[in-house]
Design a protein around this ligand. Sequence first.
Ligand code: AKG
Length: 217
Amino acid sequence: MSLLPRTRSEIVPGAVHVPEWLDVDAQRELVDACRDWARGPAPMRAAMTPGGGQMSVQTVCLGWHWRPYRYSRTADDVDGAPVTPFPDWLGDLGRRAVAEAYGDEAAGTAYRPDIALVNYYDDAARMGMHQDKDEESTAPVVSLSIGDACVFRFGNTENRNRPWTDIELCSGDLFVFGGPARFAYHGVQKVRPGSCLADNGLSSGRLNITVRESGFR
Ligand SMILES: O=C(O)CCC(=O)C(=O)O
């Protein structure tokens, strides 16, 4: 598996990788926030797929609950627990991320995210190739990674197969995909246990936060 060099790059039009965008203090603040969010009201947990399989990542949602493959305001699998609100400061971070990735302040200002999916990967967790298509908005998805590195596969918009690009996402990395790349298939092939040495408060595993705009009224 050959990986792209860890330099800022536009993988395909609309998909931009910015290594080490978050400094260690910002990572630590996000780790602390994730610990709070993980407690609930609807706690961090593995989602079941409609086929009855269990996802290997643990997820907690902000703004809207997501379960494969729909959003709702309450979590049916935990007694209708309400979703944790999406905080304004995370929206600001999302706007800064879009402006940074595209070098376009206006694109950042126009971004109005209201959902975050927070995923925790232990050493064995993976995420299969999929599209993020349960939102009505076509605004970009902002992805922030903290903790152990992973091999992130970013493919094409047609199917789960090649062409794709394998990228190492490390602690603090930003990845934004929008425009012609918004509906590209993507997934996490593997996590590299023990690969994060940053003093960010996460002793093992990997956190990924995707910030999204729902477009729901
Ligand atoms: O963990 C990642 O980097 C990707 C997460 C993802 O694909 C998703 O939440 O839809």
